[in-house]
Design a protein around this ligand. Structure first.
Ligand SMILES: Cc1cc2nc3c(=O)[nH]c(=O)nc-3n(C[C@H](O)[C@H](O)[C@H](O)COP(=O)(O)OP(=O)(O)OC[C@H]3O[C@@H](n4cnc5c(N)ncnc54)[C@H](O)[C@@H]3O)c2cc1C
Length: 324
């Protein structure tokens, strides 16, 4: 009896919660049909399960793919005015369920926001929120500059910059978000605003770690740095070497005058039986580094360290297939 009452109460609420999204999807389908993906479209399954982790896959009522800030403006204006649930996805690497996907609402997929504009005079680059770090590093290689960005190429620009962002350049220049000079943002009332140190300075500050709480960012303008040729690569180890690696890491980190050009990422794998750990190392100058000395002498099962470009070093990192 109680169950029947509950079901009767819940069904209309569940239906009502998706009704608004269904109407929104019909509207987007007629206004921007080539950018709207419905469950009946062949690409729907691939797109709704594109998030890096299966924990973040969803069944959105539809997926919209704006290709300009003005498109985002139209979509956000409608959704917020009609109080329709929606989620925002850039590179899709956040594993949190419904953090970048939805089962009841509209998924705004930013992957078509792909502007890349380098300004050599200002030493900045404007990047679309839908790009991946690999897109940006490959583009900037021709100018022999880089940005404070992700350490793994397929990670999205949008989520990493709005979440803080740890980079191989962070010891030198801070978190990735510290190097954003301008956010182009669509706020809830549908306005497009710039947030920087002179305009909307409170929003500028809030977006550095503010994730998706303050608006949809269409593009970021980032500081660039003339770092190109480096020493770096990876070393591979069996599980037996993991304790020695942690001892070396403690010694490396305890150096009183840490060399800010030396950066590393140690990844031990509890579940991958074939490989114990990967050590990614980069020295941000074309010089042989002394800083990694604590790791010398630990037996490896593979090594790729050499003089190369930063882009080559990051591309050469091994990303093992793990359950996710
Ligand atoms: C394999 C792997 C490697 C990683 N490497 C690093 C690393 O080197 N350094 C580091 O700091 N972190 C790293 N991370 C963590 C990663 O930065 C975060 O998970 C980040 O949120 C991913 O961004 P995304 O755009 O790919 O993800 P998404 O899942 O698309 O977005 C993450 C969150 O940000 C919101 N969001 C994204 N774009 C926008 C936008 N334009 N406007 C408003 N909201 C937006 C989304 O709604 C979502 O809630 C890594 C994660 C993985 C899985």
């Amino acid at each position: 009896m109680l169950l029947t009452v509950l079901v009767c109460l819940l069904v209309p609420i569940a239906a009502a919660s998706t009704d608004g999204a269904k109407i929104a999807c019909q509207k987007f389908e007629s206004a921007m049909s080539s950018s709207t993906v419905l469950p009946s479209n062949s690409e729907y399954i691939a797109l709704s399960t594109e998030n890096w982790s299966a924990t973040a896959w969803g069944r959105p009522i539809c997926i919209v793919k704006p290709s300009s800030a003005a498109d985002v403006q139209n979509v956000v204006s409608y959704l917020s005015q009609h109080k329709v649930e929606f989620a925002i996805r850039a590179g899709g690497h956040l594993p949190s369920p419904r953090g970048a996907n939805t089962n009841e609402g509209v998924l705004i997929d930013l992957s078509s926001l792909d502007v890349k504009e380098y300004d050599a005079t200002m030493q900045t680059v404007k990047v679309g929120a839908g790009l991946r770090w690999g897109d940006i590093y490959r583009y900037l290689d021709q100018f022999q500059v880089t940005v404070v960005g992700g350490r793994v190429l397929p990670v999205g620009v949008g989520g990493l910059l709005l979440g803080g962002g740890l980079s191989y350049l962070s010891d030198l220049y801070g978190m990735a978000c510290d190097n954003v000079v301008n956010f182009e943002v669509i706020i809830a009332n549908g306005s497009i605003v710039n947030a920087n140190s002179s305009y909307n300075a409170d929003l500028y500050r809030a977006l550095k770690g503010g994730a998706n709480n303050f608006g949809v960012v269409a593009s970021f303008t980032l500081r660039t740095y003339p770092i190109y040729n480096v020493w770096g690569g990876i070393r591979l180890y069996t599980h037996e070497q993991v304790p020695a690696l942690y001892r070396a890491l403690a010694e490396y980190q305890a150096q009183p005058e840490k060399d800010l050009y030396a950066n590393l990422m140690l990844q031990p794998f509890a579940t991958n039986q074939s490989l114990g750990a990967i050590l990614n190392m980069v020295y941000l100058k074309p010089e042989p580094p002394a800083a990694f000395k604590p790791f010398d002498g630990i037996p490896t099962v593979g090594e790729t360290t050499k003089f190369q470009t930063l882009g080559e070093m990051i591309s050469g990192q091994l990303v093992p297939e793990l359950p996710r």
